[in-house]
Design a protein around this ligand. Sequence first.
Ligand code: PMP
Length: 354
Amino acid sequence: MKIILIFGESFHLLEDQLNFLDKYYINWKKNLFNLMVNQYQKYQNMIMNIIKFQIKLLMIYNIPNQYKIIFCQGGASLLFEAIPMNLLKTQNTSCTYTNTGYWSEKALDEAKKFCQNVNIATNIAYDEFGKRFVPNIDQWNINQDNSYLHYCDNETVEGLEYQFIPKFGRTPIITDMSSNFLTKPLDWNKLDFVYAHAQKNIGIAGSTLMILKPELIQNNHNIPYMWDFKEMLNKQSLISNLPIFPIYVNTLVFDWIKNQGTLESWDQHCKQRSQQIYQIIDNSHGVFINNVKKEQRSRINVTFTLKDENQTNRFIDLCKDNDIIELQVDVEYVYICLFLKSLQINYVQLWKNL
Ligand code: PMP
């Protein structure tokens, strides 16, 4: 059998997941009409799917009762805007952001459009070897009078993952987990609002979800309907027709994740498989260079640079010739995405050819 290894951004269904979908496909076909035109069915199918989704997620993540789950469309990018809109009382209320990578900076830039007082807790730092890292929280610029602190737990583009939750005082913590959702257990005592889009770890593009404490939502008026968390909560996410197929896929993936093991075992799995690649990078005598401090290297996105553009292109071509596809070149890095997919490969032969 020919094995093609896909290391791209998108979600790829593995063989057992495909079998799983196949099993359901028969039912799915039967139900297709209902699920696609559910607005005429008074949303019944949709609600059933959402309830199924919520129960599964609550069970896997052990989410305490005081949190609610909301679905929306528009991706994580929509939430970069909706979070300041809904969580700040006025434009003068302050909020804090970390600026530790491409995606946290995007969120910060959006917040500036809605808030005149965005405090930057920390920028990315570099050690004496030029490796990037997030400084210790005791070096952060923290303003206690904050509506919330926003950070991105796994900086996808740079391949840097936080090793701590930046909890301080009573400030609510908002976490973008788009690229490492469901890959490790979470400490709900420290988290107030977690969000992620589906397309990386839990399904296909189309649904984005939030797990949040409802009391964080301010009673703001004039929030456009599709951005309004209050409406979403009151209508159990059904503020318009939701993309039901992506939500259906989410429920299947949750089952798959649960059947594979606990979140503790997923965490171990993610560490081990990323470690396999980091080892090759570290033993490559400088052919591959990873620019993140070892302790903060991501378990999910392994990034590296090569000597120059020629070398990078040669490497990508070599990968393609060997059925390793979708390695991304983003900004200056090559990056390997290890979302919840398995990895069994001996790269050594391939890398020797460089
Ligand atoms: N946050 C993170 C951590 C991401 O990796 C991405 C996309 N790769 C986004 C946000 C933006 O997601 P979307 O395309 O759903 O808007």
